[in-house]
Design a protein around this ligand. Structure first.
Ligand SMILES: [Zn+2]
Length: 495
């Protein structure tokens, strides 16, 4: 889909009053739209058109001025729906195999910064501004609709007029499908990690045999003999090498991932029942052990046999992808891992490789962009939150000290389900202003604050939002600079 705006008329800028975001101004089908922030600080939508038919679906107040109608509306959920309906590029769309990047935004404030980064890099990278996992929504007290609406307003404010995605991230339960479909997402990340069996990694052959025999083969629409015949002894020829599927690795793969395939298919079928226009990612990136080449082959082939159509796959790559910090591990091994997974994705698909926990892993971007030749999705989430804390540290060091204190006190609870290597004992408990300014640059404090968002927002939410709203220009600049560094390595190969 590519529906762009109309040319702005010569008189359009004269319409803008004080407090307007000039880059938001856009004309479409006879109406001119923009966002403004008057002195009261509450953002509102303004639309000017020849007659009132342009405001259908919006709730607000209209007045006639100079033969035109000027309409003012609040940024409510209802008006977000009306705006997506009026300006079609704001409706989440599928990206298929095109290069894409996810910009998870826990606060609902960062999208204008993301847009600036994309405009600065000016490459064929398709953005997913609306992206949040159910786990994160719970900790942030947000609903799928909040996530989508905030991204809509942010993209509109910053003048994004190309397609946007919408990622219902890390869905683990059947109910998650219902809730995110109702909100209007188009990209569904199915994550059956709870059903992946980590014991299969090191279990002895007899235990593996037992696990494989005990699988719900009826649910998998197969049986062990057929499965064995399908894979054992097969050879997958890749560009540079071949993957030999011996019984050991095939059985181990199925013992490990078999239960998760049935669960993923249940989620997938629930999604297909909705008959909506959407696409799917299959993700096992948050499991304990790297996804081996043979496992990738078996998992994907089984999903395909069961009828799952997906545009991207997120394996667990070698090394450590921790929250908010550089890749930890041997970079040459990772390069090889990217290459082999990319070759499998090419041979069995093509589908995109998806890099999760992808923020701040600068050394990895050129490698995965190259290995996949741009057939890649980069997923970032918490880094926008971490960067937003720079605004707090800079403008209100006392508040930042309180935030840090709470993050340290609640760390043991916050760290659950995250991969981290920080040592809280290395963080100053009563930092000077200079130390406060460096908290987001040090691994220990960055990670502790990174995962502390739930507790921090719970306790200090209104104060923090006040600082962000008072300093939004600085916030957008920080986010934009941060993401230019993420996107640039993908620019050349993006398509
Ligand atoms: Zn992930």
């Amino acid at each position: 889909m590519s529906v762009g705006p109309d040319e702005l008329g010569p008189s359009a800028t004269a319409l803008l009053g004080d407090g307007a975001y000039p880059e938001s101004q856009v004309s479409y089908e006879g109406a001119t739209y923009w966002l403004e922030r008057p002195t009261d600080g509450v953002k509102r939508l303004v639309v000017v058109a020849d007659d009132e038919s342009a405001f259908r679906g919006f709730a607000g107040t209209a007045e006639r001025i100079d033969g035109k109608v000027r309409f003012v509306a609040e940024t409510t959920p209802e008006n977000a729906v009306a705006l997506r309906s009026a300006l079609p590029w704001l409706r989440p769309a599928r990206f298929g195999l095109h290069t894409s990047a996810g910009f998870g935004d826990r606060l609902g404030l960062a999208t204008p910064g993301h847009v600036r980064a994309l405009k600065a890099v000016s490459a064929a990278i398709n953005p997913v501004f609306a992206q949040q996992s159910i786990r994160e929504m719970g900790r942030c007290h947000r609903t799928p609709r909040n996530v989508l609406d905030d991204a809509t307003w942010g993209a509109f404010q910053a003048g994004w007029t190309k397609p946007v995605g919408g990622d219902a991230d890390h869905l683990e339960e059947l109910d998650d499908i219902d809730n995110t479909v109702a909100a209007g997402f188009v990209f569904y990340t199915l994550d059956p990690k709870a059903e992946v069996d980590p014991e299969a990694e090191h279990a002895d052959p007899a235990a593996i045999q037992q696990k494989v025999e005990a699988l719900d083969w009826a649910g998998l629409e197969s049986d062990l003999a057929t499965f064995t015949k399908r894979y054992v002894g097969q050879r997958i020829d890749l560009e540079r090498e071949a993957i030999e599927l011996d019984e050991q690795s095939v059985f181990r793969a199925m013992a490990k991932y078999g239960p998760s395939l049935a669960h993923a298919m249940a989620m997938y079928r629930r999604l297909m029942e909705k008959s909506i226009d959407c696409e799917v990612e299959f993700a096992v990136d948050e499991t304990d052990y790297p996804t081996k080449p043979a496992e990738h082959v078996v998992v994907v082939s089984e999903l395909q046999r069961l009828g799952m159509d997906f545009v991207s796959f997120a394996p667990r790559f070698v090394g450590r992808f921790e929250k908010g910090v550089e890749f930890i591990g041997e970079i040459d091994r990772l390069r090889r891992d990217f290459e082999i997974h990319a070759e499998i994705a090419q041979a069995l698909g093509p589908y995109k490789l998806s890099l999760h926990s992808g923020s701040d892993k600068y050394s990895t971007y050129p490698l995965i962009a190259e290995a996949t030749n741009g057939l890649v999705h980069l997923k970032t989430a918490g880094t926008s939150w971490a960067e937003a804390l720079r605004v707090i540290a800079h403008n209100d060091p006392d508040l930042m000290r309180e935030v840090l204190g709470l993050a340290l006190d609640s760390f043991e609870a916050n760290r659950k389900s995250y991969h981290l290597s920080c040592d809280p004992s290395r963080i100053p408990t009563d930092p000077t202003d200079e130390e406060v300014a460096q908290l987001m640059d040090r691994v220990d404090s960055r990670q502790v604050l990174h995962v502390g968002y739930g507790a921090i927002l719970e306790e200090f939410g209104p104060q923090l939002y006040q600082v962000w709203n008072d300093n939004e220009e600085e916030h957008y600049r920080i986010i934009a600079d941060h993401f230019v560094k993420h996107l640039t390595p993908f620019a050349r190969l993006a398509h």
